[in-house]
Design a protein. Structure first.
Length: 334
């Protein structure tokens, strides 16, 4: 046993990154929900879109070549295109609370609220909502519910999610690095691929598990390479472009630039590929947001040292996302 073994934060949630809170709102009748990640102030953020069928709002505002590059909240939601209204509700609630850009003394605060949606319209919930989908009020409710502790599994954006042919859900995990940097991940797991190995019990993510956080199941024996798209015949009716998505946010307390935050988002996508097989298909709309709260200062010189530290954070973010996906499915099945 060595002293430098990494451990989760005290909650093993993304909210172990100080300044981050998360709120869920769930509609059991519709079997859908919304999850909002709130920022204590407008943190630097970025997004990396890897899947073939994304549904998003205000992603371009986070691009490094554009003006703002920061956000007040991030919305993950069910409902496909209808779910984008959740960001309207979240933005309204934040504006009333005085959160957002003030471009004029006469106008309201303008929150920056990027959002991404997953498709959960095919479950057994009542979608007969006419002209009033439930997502705008759910977005407002999720903002109100935001705190440092929140439930996983069949909650918020994970309520109607599926992971292959298994129940998907909401997951989170964190990691405290040796230098005091904290990294966390939040995910609404709804991939078309499978999170399980051929035995149907062991998560692909099992080598990354900490403290039995998703059941401690290990493969009973060495295994040969199995079918890369298990249960495809059962998935065929569901495997349509836009019908599946893994939506994620990774966060760190490190003081990163916008370019570095973008790199963290890109690296964290590998966490999906390790937890889901196959990942990033044309049927998925995989998106990873990244947020840096700038609480922990990193050295600027020499550049190789800083680049190495950023790479370490990106690797940790990828590990956290792998674990969060397995936790999402594990908690949803409990």
């Amino acid at each position: 046993m060595t002293d430098n073994i990494l451990k989760p934060g005290p909650r093993n949630l993304i909210t172990d990154v100080t300044g981050i809170t998360v709120g869920n709102a769930t509609d059991e009748k519709v079997q859908t929900g919304v999850t909002v990640l709130r920022c204590a102030q407008r943190f630097i953020a970025a997004a990396d879109v890897r899947g073939g069928a994304p549904g998003t709002r205000e992603i371009d505002v986070l691009s490094t070549e554009n003006l703002v590059g920061r956000c007040d909240a991030i919305v993950l939601t069910g409902g496909s295109v209808f779910g984008l209204a959740a960001a309207d509700g979240a933005a309204s609630a934040l504006s009333v609370a005085g959160v957002g850009l003030k471009l004029s003394d006469k106008g309201p605060a303008i929150p920056i609220v990027p959002a991404a949606v997953l498709h959960d319209l095919g479950n057994d919930g009542d979608k007969n909502w006419g002209e009033t989908p439930p997502y705008r009020p759910l977005g407002k409710e999720a903002v109100t519910n935001a705190g440092t502790d929140f439930n996983l599994g069949n909650e918020g954006a994970g309520r109607g999610a599926m992971a292959g042919v298994e129940k998907g859900g909401l997951g989170s995990a964190s990691l405290v690095l040796e230098n005091g940097v904290v990294v966390g991940a939040l995910v609404a797991a709804n991939p078309v691929g499978s999170v399980y190995m051929a035995d149907g019990e062991t998560f692909h993510a099992w080598p990354y598990e900490l403290a039995g956080e998703f059941g401690g199941q290990k493969p009973p024996t060495l295994h040969e390479l199995s079918e890369p798209f298990p249960n495809f015949s059962r998935l065929h009716a569901r495997a349509r472009p836009g019908a599946n998505t893994t939506l994620a946010v990774v966060a760190t307390n490190a003081d990163l630039t916008s370019v570095e935050v973008k790199r963290i988002a890109m690296m964290a996508q590998d966490g999906i590929a390790r937890a889901v097989r196959p990942a990033h298909t044309a049927f998925d709309g995989d998106i990873v947001f990244a947020v840096a709260t700038a609480e922990k200062e990193l050295p600027s010189d020499p550049p190789p040292l800083r680049h190495g530290l950023v790479a370490r954070i990106g690797a940790a973010a990828s590990d956290c996302l792998t674990r969060a996906i397995a936790r999402a499915v594990y908690e949803a099945a409990r």
